[in-house]
Design a protein. Structure first.
Length: 443
């Protein structure tokens, strides 16, 4: 019998290609590769950031054998593989299916779900999020309507601590101490209080109502913020439909929290176990660093990794007393293990040579500036090769953007408002000094 031929390599998506815009946006996925200057790019959705050690090993093998050898984390807790060959699409898809990373080809780009990374690990949250995560992912993958969502549409599951509620997702579920959930649409302070057990279905309903309103408006909206009427009318319609279905629904005003990422280091948990929370320098891990994490999870933890929207990794379930020793080993491997690391809070877009739109090697310049260290309680800083500012953080942060004629503009962003930028010369010492001054807490 002849062996089955692998599926053909998926086409490259170009942002202005009407074939793709008519079905949503050209956001890359695992089956729709994007052509970059350093080769093809695949973005693998990891709902809730949860990977088994075997799945993580599979991604490492793909990065080494088909790509540039590194795994790149995104601000949504997903994984990007870069430097892929143009003809690798069929093999890439087949091997990811074998690892359980592609449960639905039609939905692979829309499985965008972030979740509180420390849920159930430190005793702070109000609910175990795993039932919500499993249910929502299954509902999305089973919904024909949900397949029409943009690859940019984002769900967030917050265990009550307010960390991912602060990320401005299109649909957020936040757990309450009384067992109910708050459903937030976009960044609006208005929420709907609903029974916790019905929360995943309510989130899917909100997404499908969004699609209906986007079609009716003719706006081609990809995210809630693109709707002509904003989040308000969408929440109104969702509340109406939930009430019509017989669910108890109450309206409330709950301001969007400030939110903070997980602390780096050992996270003490219940039951004699700890978790480790570490960061990846500029969100990248080579095969050696990635394997250090997967081996630790498999040999001493629960066999699971949790990727965070802050380009970090949480390893749960380490025996108490083992965590400190393991943290030292990860620090020796080059991972970010505490706020004192020069890499703490530093992110960057891919820059040159990977992106044709970038005006500078922002990763190299960020690395040079980071060697000078950072002040205590420093603001996060993001280096961008152009005004698109791909992957920038939310909240208060230092914005470093490469200028068309060389050098950088450095400014501080607070509450969505950007301060007066400082122009610095194309000299390695100048950006480092300007960034250090901007990151200081008093600015």
């Amino acid at each position: 019998m002849l062996a089955a031929m692998p599926p053909p390599a998926p086409p490259f998506a170009q942002p202005d290609d009407a074939r793709f815009r008519s079905r949503g946006d050209a956001c890359p996925g695992a089956l729709r590769l994007h052509r970059a200057d350093d080769g093809a790019l695949a973005r693998v959705r990891v709902p809730g950031g949860v990977l088994s050690a075997d799945q993580a090993d599979g991604l490492r093998e793909l990065a080494v054998e088909l790509g540039d050898g590194e795994l790149h984390l995104t601000s949504r807790g997903n994984v990007q593989l870069r430097g892929l060959g143009a003809e690798c699409g069929g093999e890439l898809a087949s091997r990811m299916r074998e690892r359980g990373l592609l449960p639905s080809a039609r939905h692979e780009r829309v499985r965008n779900v972030v979740a509180s990374p420390l849920a159930g690990l430190d005793g702070r949250g109000e609910r175990d999020l795993r039932p919500w995560l499993s249910a929502l992912d299954a509902l999305v993958c089973a919904s024909e309507e949900a397949a029409g969502l943009s690859g940019r549409f984002l769900f967030a599951l917050d265990d009550g601590r307010g960390d991912v509620d602060a990320l401005g997702a299109d649909v957020t579920l936040r757990a309450r101490a009384d067992g109910d959930a708050e459903l937030r649409i976009g960044a609006s302070a208005a929420v709907a209080r609903i029974p916790g057990d019905e929360a995943p279905r309510a989130a899917l309903l909100a997404a499908t109502v969004f699609l209906s309103m986007a079609d009716a408006s003719g706006s081609g909206a990809w995210r809630v913020g693109d709707l002509p009427g904003g989040a308000g009318p969408l929440l109104d319609e969702v509340v109406r439909r939930l009430g019509a279905a017989g669910l108890p629904v109450a309206r409330a005003t709950v301001p969007v929290p400030g939110g903070t990422p997980p602390v780096l280091g050992v996270v003490a948990g219940p039951g004699g176990t700890d978790a480790l929370s570490v960061g990846l320098p500029l969100g990248r891990a080579d095969a050696v660093r990635w394997r250090a994490l997967t081996d630790l999870a498999r040999d001493h933890g629960t066999g699971e990794l949790r990727l965070t929207p802050w380009r970090g990794v949480v390893v749960p379930g380490l025996r108490r007393g083992r965590a400190s020793e393991a943290l030292d080993a990860l620090e020796a491997a080059g991972l970010v293990t505490g706020p004192g690391s020069p890499w703490s809070g530093v992110t960057a877009c891919i820059g040159r040579p990977g992106c044709a739109k970038s005006r500078a090697d922002v990763r190299g310049d960020a690395a040079a500036a980071s060697r000078a260290g950072s002040p205590d309680r420093a603001l996060p800083v993001h280096w961008s090769g152009c005004e698109r500012r791909c992957g920038h953080p939310r909240g208060a942060w230092v914005d470093v953007v490469a200028c068309p004629d060389g050098g950088y503009r450095v400014s501080v962003v607070r509450d969505g408002e950007r301060g007066v930028p400082v122009r610095v010369a194309d000299d390695p010492a100048a950006p480092a000094a300007a960034v250090a001054a901007a990151r200081a807490p008093h600015t």
